[in-house]
Ligand binder design. Sequence first.
Ligand SMILES: [Zn+2]
Ligand SMILES: [Zn+2]
Length: 673
Amino acid sequence: MLSRIITAAIATRAVLACDSCYGEPEHDVVLTRHVRRMQPDAQNATSGPKAPLEWGQINFLHTTDTHGWLEGHIKEQNYGADWGDFVSFTKGMKQKAKHLGVDLLLVDTGDLHDGAGLSDATKPNGNVSNAIFENIDYDLLTIGNHELYVTEIAYETFTNFSKVYGDKYLTSNVQISNPATGQWEYIGKKYRYFTTEQGLRIMAFGVLFDFTGNSNVSKVIKAAELVQQQWFLDAVNYTEPIDLFVVTGHNPVRRNDTSSTIGKVVDAIRKVHPDTPIQAFGGHSHIRDFAVYDTKATGLESGRYCETLGWLALSGIESSGYGTMAPSGVPNPTRKPIPPKANATSSGASSSNGTSDLLVARRYLDWNRLTFAYHAEGSQKYTTFDTAKGKNTTNEITSYRQSLNLTSLYGCAPQSYCQTCKPFLADGNLFGLLQTALSTVVINETRKDTPRLIIINTGSVRFDLAKGPFTYDDSFIVSPFDDAFQFIPDVPYSQASKVLGILNAGAFQKKRDLSTADFNFAPVLADRDICIDPPLTHASGMAKRSNARIIRRQAADPSPGYTTKDDFGTDGDDTIHKAIPRYSQPNDLQANASFPTDGSLPETVDLVFLDFIASYIVSALNGADVGGNYSLSDVSYYLPKEFTTNSYLPAYAKVAWQENVPDCPVGTGIGSS
Ligand SMILES: [Zn+2]
Ligand SMILES: [Zn+2]
């Protein structure tokens, strides 16, 4: 209780200190009235938005790749809001839109699973988190690849989730075999044609990238085929008028991203409608991005893991009898989409490059209460920011976190450890920590004195490890996979010591000239990190700031976070941050243990590795440079099968992180140490 009060006091002080950051008095009132919701153990942000949002004729709030992070980031100040806060925020923003006489649509572009305890601690995965997610009245949603890996989850999505959202859940190119009939059916709807509250007529699609890793009960129709299907052509060439196309997709918005197919869909629409505005919402590559396709078509991508909420405002859509183009009392979009030169290479696309009245604004909001409260201001008194539904959702998350044991504590992480913000194995680098953890807890008691090398792939890690309580929840967040530890006993050290280098130079890692066939490397390793997780910032330093007023309003030392560069430049981030550095990391990591204390090298070692890379290990040992003669029959389990990549960090925390238990001091977030 005491710590709760202290936290509240700190939060209040931070808010007061920030008063001077905001010029207008009403902001002060809003901020000093600040009330904590979020999860009880979460923190609030200390730096807030740079300026009010631009509101246009139609506006969108966009989430993507939430991956179960509905509790928010408990140990990161920038992203501390939970789904209940988001529920209240969207309610307030919808009211604000109504008051302004404009439209606001809520869009999600998939990947609801695999990333945090709330989704991953249940069977089937997503059982609880989907129900919580459904508290948002989205207007348009589409499916992600993480809804399709596991048959049970694909069917859950089909029989439950898609039915909750009905006409709004769009899977224009994803079908499933209906278990009742054995027939292929679309999981959601193919398209949605609707008229907004304010009278805009919209045709929307939902297009998953050309994903191939799905289980065999679903079918992903490639975009090239989709755009030739008669139903699609009929929908594009619809019998009713269309003022705006909305292309949602679990699909990178940058059309030269190798996995993106959004460009194909945009081009197909352009062939029929050279002048109708097209707005795309993408995902999957886990970045903040905004792409301009032509003078009337753009795409927004809104990050990952409930770190980012995307905002998009459009004005200038021609429509008969549509209300407010430029709502008053708020900023309006002012920028015309002009495609950057490098982008204008879409061969065969009949791009719209004529004169256009279309004006666009985009913003990437940090997922925290300070942000939500700031932007919802004016919609209602801040004292009533929290809606009953929002509060219920927050409480529901809290009780599920308890009943699923997500808060159960293994130890207190003394500092934050990141995957890429520090050089490999430097202090604060996650892989340095993992090396220590593997040496400490991957021990077969009967062979504990036998020297060993332990190899894991760095792709077995999903997220950074933040300073503070290391819980059951964090075991899913950081190292979620269930790969067991196998070994080959008594391998000559001269051979075993060469394996790491061979793996790191392997063909799947696109390094050196070893062909795939040389080591029989299946794409499984590359696929292991099933969503692409790039760094959250560019290392190129601070975003350029052209607006002196903005500089003054920001805290002198911005906190580390996103510094995004997109087709509109570097002013998209709603809260200004300093960049988090990025260092490349190798694909595999090796730890050793029980080596001779005199510093000499052992004759032989136990070579320990994750079960799913066993065949690669054997291939490496048998390579010409190494000269081994092993087969998979030499491989056995080093530890019980139940002890996996999901187990060793909890085991390490129980041994090494008992200081400060149970009142762990929490840090401010990744990259801020
Ligand atoms: Zn994803
Ligand atoms: Zn994805």
